[in-house]
Ligand binder design. Structure first.
Ligand code: AHR
Length: 328
């Protein structure tokens, strides 16, 4: 048990006031931890589906080491039931704090209530849950995925501002039911929906993977001869789709314009090479902020209910300039 937890009983009154104020606070007298005064975090990762996820995992593992936090890490292979199992096992092990990136938005209330009953604070990273009871977690650290979708839509509107022709768009969605798939779709639709020339002729999940992106794009190309634009919810699906487009004898970036989200190195290289036309950044470097938040919630300090990640967008020229120092 950490020193902070031993002090938490004394701080209980203060914590109650913070909770009543709607602020994320920690510091409840939780289970046991590592027993050496070190904070133990259980982290339930989504999987290893993309370059983004690999960079995110590395960021979390390295930051835990730097922060002196003992990390118990699990990979759910994109399955909610595996994540729930991992969280239950962290509850049993009496970790000091649980963090996870929920594979989908729904279906978390029961396990989050179990963590709350065990007085183990939970931090959401990267993806949100749709639980009505926001007291089930202390804070949510991650991107504004709706805004990412809007940025993709705004680029498209600008790109076709002088044309009155119909623009046929295909969309490769992320994992069905996940926050980034739901929100990136909604933000994009909101912006392009203002002009009737933009038509989404096909929209299907590619599960955020390169292999699925290729497979679904092949099917799109077969059933839609006149695709003008591909909007892929991440770089990996876009990169898989590029293989499909080239396999169909078309030129990615020219015959079919491509917008993706993430800005990992492989995506940025394809952008610099002219195969992708525009990338909306989504930063996977959440580790340092996560460890800071974890220390605060375990100490019973107040934390903001929402911590947003700062992000930008990239054109091919900007990608060429950024690539030499891109860390992931
Ligand atoms: O939740 C973030 C998304 O998950 C990334 O954009 C995608 O690449 C990853 O798989």
């Amino acid at each position: 048990m950490t020193v902070f937890k031993k002090m938490s009983a004394l701080l209980l009154a203060g914590v109650t006031i913070m909770a009543a104020a709607g602020c994320g606070g920690g510091g409840e007298a939780a289970g046991g931890g590592s027993g050496d005064g070190k904070i133990t975090m259980g982290f339930a990762q989504v999987g290893a589906e993309s370059g983004w996820r690999t960079a995110n995992t590395k960021s979390i593992q390295e930051s835990a080491k730097t922060a002196g936090i003992e990390l118990k890490f699990s990979d759910a292979q994109q399955k909610q039931e595996n994540q729930i199992k991992a969280i239950r096992s962290y509850i049993q092990q009496k970790v000091d704090v649980i963090a996870f990136s929920p594979v989908v938005e729904s279906g978390w209330d029961n396990v989050l209530k179990e963590a709350q009953a065990a007085k183990i604070p939970v931090i959401l990273t990267d993806r949100a849950v749709d639980s009505a009871d926001t007291s089930l977690y202390k804070t949510f650290l991650g991107s504004d995925f709706v805004e990412e979708g809007r940025k993709a839509g705004k680029w498209l509107v600008e790109e076709y501002k002088d044309s009155t022709d119909t623009v046929n768009i295909v969309e490769l969605q992320g994992t069905t039911g996940s926050a980034p798939a739901n929100d990136r779709k909604a933000g994009f639709a909101e912006v392009i929906g203002a002009e009737s020339k933009f038509k989404v002729v096909a929209s299907q999940t590619g599960d955020f993977t390169r292999a699925k992106g290729k497979e679904v794009m092949e099917a799109f190309l077969k059933s839609n001869p006149d695709i003008d634009v591909l909007y892929a919810h991440n770089d990996d699906m876009g990169l898989g789709a590029i293989e499909a487009i080239e396999g169909a004898g078309k030129v990615p970036g020219k015959d079919i314009k491509i917008i993706t989200v993430d800005a990992v190195k492989d995506g940025m290289q394809a952008l610099a090479d002219g195969k992708i036309n525009f990338i909306v950044e989504c930063s996977p470097i959440l580790g340092p902020q996560l460890m800071d938040l974890a220390k605060k919630v375990v100490a019973g300090e107040q934390v903001p209910a929402r911590v947003l990640t700062e992000e930008t967008t990239f054109t091919p020229e900007q990608a060429k300039a950024a690539l030499p120092t891109r860390p992931y």
